[in-house]
Design a protein around this ligand. Structure first.
Ligand SMILES: NC(=O)C1=CN([C@@H]2O[C@H](COP(=O)(O)OP(=O)(O)OC[C@H]3O[C@@H](n4cnc5c(N)ncnc54)[C@H](OP(=O)(O)O)[C@@H]3O)[C@@H](O)[C@H]2O)[C@@H](O)CC1
Ligand SMILES: Nc1ncnc2c1ncn2[C@@H]1O[C@H](COP(=O)(O)OP(=O)(O)O)[C@@H](O)[C@H]1O
Ligand SMILES: [K+]
Length: 463
């Protein structure tokens, strides 16, 4: 059965195709499924208007010939541009079955890019880049089959400086990483998946599943729902944002520890100014969040080391990620979640020996090194825990690119960890969904403070 969440590398995709071939499929029969499935989407988009298909030399081009044949049979006017002759048997057969004559150039309504798919090994040369752009400019609607040509399927890297922007990308068989990773995902438009028979493999990366949250138990009380301690520092605003978000994330009780005055703290938030060690000695604490507003001085370092030494379920964000060292996590057994944005991921990489790697490898190596969950934030937020498949969040609104929204997310993760009803990575996923949903409900141009106001409504959408 088609898994609409599975994300495969090119090597995994090839292995999956080989498995189907071993079961009796041929490359041509797979191409027929891929091409007809893609043709259905192109047919809907074209709505009777002329279509131009650009076919490359490999099996992506082969899919293009199947699309051209199917749409011609359905009565559409179809032109094929084929700058390179087909090189694979299946593509040659598909071209013969189409039976038409390619043209040098075409104008029309719908442009279908079947130049290269997952077999792309390098950027497009100047001639192909110009052809692709010229054809794209000559059409109103742009559809990429499997992948836009010119991007690396495994990393999402865009290999040419200028490439078309697509209205629709039709993934074949399974998602590739580029469908959900920046910068490639930005040029894909809507994404649709066509089934060619690739089955479910529990080991591979996947899109994070929308969670189902529960209301408190009938006999719940504030401690049974979870007590979260938020440890602040020199910038009380950031830790206050995190604590306020946490109060709406499911935990029954949130305490903010800070030596600095917090005049804007709401009445419901308990602000503690006593010693950190006495706060951490409270055996009712279910989880700790440390980092937002902490600072990076010696005092902050000492607070972080002490906190991690208490071996409580802990979320480290922001400044804590610059101070975190391998010695601080040694011997810990309680769950640890770190929430770096791109810059903090680099900083952690320097301290934990995962530098010079691509994003996915950096993520997985770091999760191993800290023996905890890594939430690599950004437009393509990814979550990994040692031994688990990498999870990628569906894109959230770009209005989240506002100062302090990371503090809100950290508060939500801490809150879910304090609730403690799922695995630590499950809680990270819940929090990312709550965050994204609150942002969706908040609409345009919100601030981090506004975002917090939408968390209860977002929560309601997951009950
Ligand atoms: N396998 C299956 O069962 C199925 C696969 N399917 C489809 O096949 C696609 C993968 O097919 P594929 O592996 O043939 O790769 P594809 O992307 O068409 O191009 C490779 C060719 O391009 C060449 N080339 C590469 N980069 C280049 C560049 N920059 N500039 C110039 N040339 C370049 C490269 O040769 P090279 O020069 O690198 O030796 C090679 O000749 C996949 O995305 C899906 O659409 C479906 O039909 C379902 C069944
Ligand atoms: N362009 C974007 N699209 C979607 N989400 C984004 C985008 N930019 C940032 N975000 C999200 O907003 C939050 C920003 O966090 P962070 O970078 O730590 O900001 P801050 O430190 O100001 O709080 C993260 O959850 C991140 O995933
Ligand atoms: K393509």
């Amino acid at each position: 059965m088609l898994s609409n969440r599975q994300i495969l590398t090119v090597a995994q995709m090839q292995a999956a195709e080989q498995a189907l071939i071993d079961e009796g499929e041929s490359v041509s029969s797979l191409m027929e499924k891929a091409g007809t499935g893609a043709a259905d989407w192109v047919w809907r988009m074209a709505a009777g208007r002329p279509v131009t298909v650009l076919c490359g030399p490999g099996n992506n081009g082969g899919d293009g010939y199947v699309i051209a044949r199917v749409l011609t049979e359905r009565g559409l006017k179809v032109s094929v541009v084929a700058p390179l002759e087909p090189k694979t048997d299946a593509a040659r057969k598909a071209r013969a079955a189409w039976g038409g004559e390619p043209v040098e150039h075409a104008t029309g309504s719908v442009f279908v890019d079947c130049l290269f798919g997952s077999g792309l090994t390098r950027g497009l040369d100047e001639g192909l880049e110009h052809l692709l752009l010229r054809l794209a400019r000559a059409h109103d609607l742009h559809i990429a089959v499997d992948l836009p040509s010119g991007i690396d399927a495994d990393s999402g890297e865009v290999l040419n400086d200028v490439l078309p922007i697509y209205d629709l990308t039709i993934a074949l068989g399974a998602w590739k990483f580029a469908h959900w990773m920046m910068p490639a995902m930005e040029m894909m438009g809507a994404r649709r998946l066509v089934d060619i028979g690739v089955g479910e493999d529990g080991e591979t990366a996947r899109l994070a599943r929308r969670p189902h949250l529960s209301p408190p138990e009938m006999d719940a009380h504030k401690y049974s729902r979870g007590l979260l301690g938020v440890i602040g520092g020199v910038m009380p605003g950031a830790s206050l944002l995190a604590a306020r978000a946490a109060m709406h994330g499911g935990a029954g009780y949130v305490k903010l520890f800070t030596t600095h005055p917090v005049p804007q703290a709401p009445a419901e938030l308990v602000v503690e100014h006593e010693s950190l060690s006495s706060l951490l000695a409270d055996d009712r604490l279910a989880a700790i969040l440390i980092g937002p507003g902490l600072g990076r001085d010696a005092d902050a370092h000492a607070k972080l080391a002490w906190t991690l030494g208490c071996d409580l379920p802990t979320v480290c964000d922001a400044d804590a990620l610059h101070l975190l060292e391998p010695v601080m996590v040694e011997g810990r057994t309680a769950p640890l979640i770190v929430t770096p944005h791109a810059g903090e991921l680099e900083a952690l990489g320097n301290n934990f020996g995962s530098v010079g790697l691509d994003r996915i490898d950096q993520l997985t190596e770091l999760a191993e090194a800290i023996e905890g969950v890594v939430v690599a934030k950004g437009p393509d937020t990814m979550i990994d825990a040692p031994g688990d498949p990498v999870l990628i969040m569906p894109p959230a609104t770009s209005w989240l690119s506002a100062a302090g929204t990371g503090d809100v997310l950290a508060g939500l993760i801490g809150s879910r960890l304090a609730v403690g009803s799922d695995s630590p990575s499950g809680h990270a996923v819940e929090a990312c969904w709550l965050h994204a949903e609150a942002a969706r409900l908040a609409g345009p141009a919100f601030t981090a403070g506004d975002l917090i106001d939408y968390i209860p409504a977002a929560y309601g959408n997951f009950l």
